[in-house]
Design a protein around this ligand. Structure first.
Ligand code: DAH
Length: 330
C-alpha cells in the first residue's frame, strides 16, 4: 500500500493523477483486489483486514483529493502565465493614415478629366435658389424639385442639392469655350442604404460654338472615362429626363459584380446606373445670356463609384468613421 501514497504524491499532472485514481479505486483497482482476497482469509482476521483496508481507502482518498487540488491550481497558474497580456505595454504599430475611399475615388476621377484638359471649379456649398434651381431650368414649383429636397436658410439660401450650380457660376464668370468639372459635397434630405444627407458629386460641362458639340462627343468621353475607372465594362445610354439637358440620358455599365449575368446588386438586370448626362438645354444658356453655343453636361455620385470599386454594401458606413472599415483601404 505504501507505494500508492508515494505515487499519488509524485504525480506530475492532473491526467497522470487520474490514471492513478483508476489503478487504486477503479473496479479492477488494487483496493478491489485486496477486498477480494479477504474471502479466503481466516474468519477471525477478516474484521481486522476490512478495518485496515477501509482506513487505507479513506487516507488514500484524502491524499488524492489534496493532490488534485494542488495540481489543478498549479496548472491554472501556468496557463495564466503563458497566456498573459500586458495591457500597460505601448503599441509599436503606427499608421501614417490614408485618404478616405471617397476622396481617393474623387482624385482618380479628377485625374482623368484633368488629363482631358477640364479645369477644376469648386463653386460654393451654401447656394441660392437661382444657381441651384432657377437658372438650371428648374423654376419654382417644378415637380423635379421634389427629388431634391434640402436644408434651407432664410432669403432663399440653401445647401446645394447637386454640383450643377457650378455650371451656372462658371458660365457667368467666364466666356465660352468652357471645359470644366466641379467636384464637391452636396446635400439632400435622404437617408437609407444608398443615400446619406451629405454626399459628393462631380459635375462636367463643355461649351463651344453652336454645332460644335454633339452627343457623339459626350458618348465618346464618358465611355472612355468609365473604362478608365472600371476596366473592361460594357456601357449603355438610356433616354432619361433632366431639366437642364435635352436630350438627356442615364448611363449604365455592365454589373462589375456579376459581369452582366444578373445578381442582387444589379437587381438581376446585369446593369448598374452610374451617371446622368445630356446636351445642355438652350434655356440654361438663356439664363446666363450665352448665344450661339452648344454644349454637353454630366453629373455623377462619387460614393456610388467608391462603393462599386471597393465593393461596399452600405453607403452610410463610409461616414461612420469606423477605423476597422477605413483601414482596409490603406
Ligand atoms: N444634377 C443631377 C443630379 O444631381 C446630375 C446630372 C444629370 C448632372 C445630368 C448633369 C447632367 O450635369 O447633365 O441628379
Amino acid at each position: 500500500m505504501k507505494e500508492w501514497y508515494n505515487k499519488i504524491n509524485e504525480a506530475q499532472s492532473v491526467d497522470a493523477l487520474e490514471e492513478i485514481r483508476i489503478a487504486v479505486f477503479g473496479k479492477k483497482g488494487i483496493l478491489a483486489a485486496e477486498f477480494a482476497k479477504m474471502k479466503t482469509a481466516p474468519n477471525e482476521q477478516k474484521a481486522q483486514i476490512a478495518k485496515d483496508l477501509n482506513n487505507h481507502k479513506t487516507a488514500l482518498m484524502n491524499e488524492f483529493t489534496a493532490k488534485k487540488i494542488a495540481l489543478q491550481t498549479q496548472e491554472l497558474q501556468e496557463a495564466m502565465k503563458a497566456e498573459a497580456i500586458d495591457v500597460s505595454m505601448f503599441s509599436t504599430k503606427s499608421s501614417a493614415g490614408a485618404l478616405h475611399p471617397v476622396m481617393e475615388t474623387m482624385d482618380r476621377i479628377v485625374e482623368y478629366f484633368s488629363s482631358m484638359n477640364f479645369a477644376v471649379k469648386t463653386g460654393q456649398i451654401v447656394e441660392d435658389d437661382f444657381h441651384n434651381f432657377e437658372a438650371l431650368n428648374l423654376p419654382k414649383y417644378h415637380p423635379a424639385r421634389d427629388m431634391q429636397d434640402t436644408f434651407y436658410f432664410k432669403d432663399e439660401m440653401l445647401l446645394r442639392t447637386h454640383t450643377s450650380p457650378v455650371q451656372i457660376r462658371t458660365m457667368l464668370e467666364s466666356k465660352p469655350p468652357i471645359r470644366m468639372i466641379a467636384p464637391g459635397a452636396v446635400f439632400r434630405r435622404d437617408y437609407d442604404l444608398t443615400h446619406t444627407p451629405m454626399f459628393h458629386q462631380i459635375e462636367g460641362l463643355l461649351v463651344d460654338e453652336e454645332g460644335k458639340v454633339s452627343f457623339a462627343n459626350l458618348k465618346f468621353i464618358l465611355e472612355d472615362f468609365l473604362k478608365y475607372m472600371f476596366g473592361d465594362v460594357a456601357v449603355r445610354f438610356r433616354p432619361s429626363f433632366f431639366p437642364f439637358t435635352e436630350p438627356s440620358a442615364e448611363v449604365d455599365i455592365s454589373c462589375v459584380f456579376c459581369k452582366g449575368e444578373g445578381c442582387r446588386v444589379c437587381s438581376h438586370t446585369g446593369w448598374l446606373e452610374v451617371l446622368g448626362c445630356g446636351i445642355v438645354d438652350q434655356n440654361v444658356f438663356k439664363a446666363v445670356e450665352y448665344k450661339n453655343v452648344s454644349g454637353y453636361a454630366f453629373g455623377l455620385g462619387v460614393e456610388r463609384f467608391a462603393m462599386l470599386i471597393h465593393q461596399i454594401g452600405d453607403l452610410r458606413s463610409l461616414f461612420e468613421g469606423d477605423i476597422k472599415l477605413l483601414e482596409q483601404f490603406q
